[in-house]
Write a protein that binds this ligand. Structure first.
Ligand code: FES
Ligand code: FES
Length: 210
């Protein structure tokens, strides 16, 4: 075949982005819970409900408060929380799903907010580290971190306490090993793991009434 007769079998850039986005939405991240793919999906390669590229209105609940925000579809949940809603407890460190500093709970499951688009959070219940203080009283999980001096720079701490809170909400009486397993998606660059272990043991012992 000469050049003019060659059929164009290359996917367009748009088709590639749609396929890659659909695959990414269903991919697990480091043992953290995977949310369902959004409702708008490729149906046998046919119709796709397009949003954007301009602003899209998204509504969800953050720490018990209903909020609405208009963001471009490319904006991550982390950026929507921090930059549009001033919810800064979740931290941006790696911005690529490896450190856990941006950990939040969505409908009770922990996820990396940097790996989820804000539009995917439509209608969800989101909890950040800010939910672990009320009336100037710390929840017992961050309180255990304070008592054990389990932070240095503190950048990882909001992610750790949210992940740890999720463990205790899912299991009323976990073992220290079970709590540590729930923290596998989080890292501390300052290396405060020994102090975190002290906090974990204190919390587990509280549960057992020791
Ligand atoms: S900032 Fe999201 S995992 Fe590191
Ligand atoms: S306290 Fe600095 S990264 Fe954990």
């Amino acid at each position: 075949m000469n050049e003019q007769e060659t059929p164009n079998t290359e996917p367009s850039r748009r088709e590639f982005v749609i396929a890659a986005g659909t695959a990414a939405a269903s991919t697990s991240v480091l043992g953290l819970a995977v949310l369902d793919a959004p409702a708008a999906e490729v149906q046998g390669g046919a119709a796709v409900r397009a949003v954007g590229p301009g602003g899209v209105q998204v509504a969800f609940t953050v720490n018990g408060q209903k909020v609405q925000v208009t963001v471009e579809p490319r904006v991550t949940l982390l950026d929507a929380l921090r930059n549009y809603l001033d919810v800064t407890g979740c931290k941006r460190v790696c911005d690529r799903g490896t450190c856990g500093a941006c950990t939040v709970m969505i409908d009770g499951k922990v996820i990396y907010a940097c790996t989820m688009l804000a539009v995917e959070a439509q209608g969800k219940q989101i909890r950040t580290a800010e939910s672990l203080i009320a009336n100037e009283q710390l929840d017992r999980v961050p309180a255990a971190f304070v008592n054990a001096d389990a932070q240095q720079c503190g950048f990882c701490t909001p992610g750790f306490v949210v992940a740890m809170k999720a463990v205790f909400e899912g299991n009323a009486n976990p073992t220290p090993a079970q709590v540590e397993k729930g923290l596998q998606g989080n890292i501390c660059r300052c290396g405060t793991y020994e102090q975190m272990r002290d906090a974990i043991y204190a919390l587990c012992n509280q549960k057992r009434g020791k």
